[in-house]
Design a protein around this ligand. Structure first.
Ligand SMILES: [Fe+2]
Ligand SMILES: [Fe+2]
Length: 228
């Protein structure tokens, strides 16, 4: 059963609603906001704006590239309102290899699809943005600074209201790595509790962070700063 919004989205896509200017890969912030507004439900668009704002805040705090962080936040869920079969088709057009576990987990497809979509439809070529969007749901081993900024911005944006969100915001303010460790502990436990498989990238991220000491703070942050 396809929702009215999904039908509307499908029609919009089939009519190739993106202009040549929108496909140039160098839109202004307002230009990308207009694209996101067209692709998303109002609630999801609001979430995307909140994540973009939080990503910029964390980028300032941890000396990450602010404009990249804002754009990654704005576009991270750009495919989430697409029907899941369209998300899968988008991924299959790329060279991404899907494991059996990922194939069984449609909830993680939208990040992979978005990483392809922003390249093919919006001509965004910056690897750091593409990767941060691709792994924003699963995490991965050796997450870059922008990966972590986006992952945590998605969990701590002002529209989030889950019970532990204030603690997660405080942790993200103190140390990205401590916040990543707590987030991954919660997510792996939650998936196990719900009898859900855990995709390989999430396991790898969890295994990397779980051995970090809770004293890990600013030093590690500086050691792992991306080369921009
Ligand atoms: Fe997402
Ligand atoms: Fe999100």
């Amino acid at each position: 059963m396809i929702s009215l919004f999904q039908q509307k989205w499908k029609n919009t896509f089939e009519e190739k609603a993106f202009t040549a200017n929108e496909r140039c890969g160098k839109l202004t912030e307002e230009g990308y906001q207009a694209v996101a507004r067209r692709m998303l439900t109002p609630d999801r668009y609001y979430h995307s704006l909140c994540v973009a704002k939080q990503a910029r805040y964390l980028a300032q705090r941890y000396e990450c590239q602010e404009n990249d962080a804002y754009l990654a936040g704005l576009l991270h869920d750009i495919c989430k309102d697409m029907p899941t079969d369209a998300q899968l088709q988008t991924i299959l057009k790329s060279d991404i290899i899907l494991s059996g576990v990922i194939l069984s987990q449609p909830a993680v497809w939208h990040g992979l699809a978005a990483s392809v979509f922003i390249q093919t439809e919006l001509n965004i070529k910056k690897t750091q943005i593409i990767d941060a969007i691709r792994y924003h749901t699963t995490g991965r081993a050796n997450m870059t600074l922008l990966d972590r900024v986006l992952y945590l911005a998605d969990l701590t944006s002002e529209d989030r209201d889950y019970p532990d969100v204030d603690n997660m915001r405080k942790l993200a303010d103190i140390s990205l790595d401590r916040a990543m460790k707590e987030a991954l502990k919660f997510i792996v436990a939650d998936l196990a509790h719900r009898n859900q498989p855990i995709v390989e990238d999430t396991w790898e991220a969890y295994n990397e962070y779980i051995v970090l000491s809770d004293d890990t703070t600013e030093t590690r942050r500086d050691e792992r700063r991306d080369v921009i």
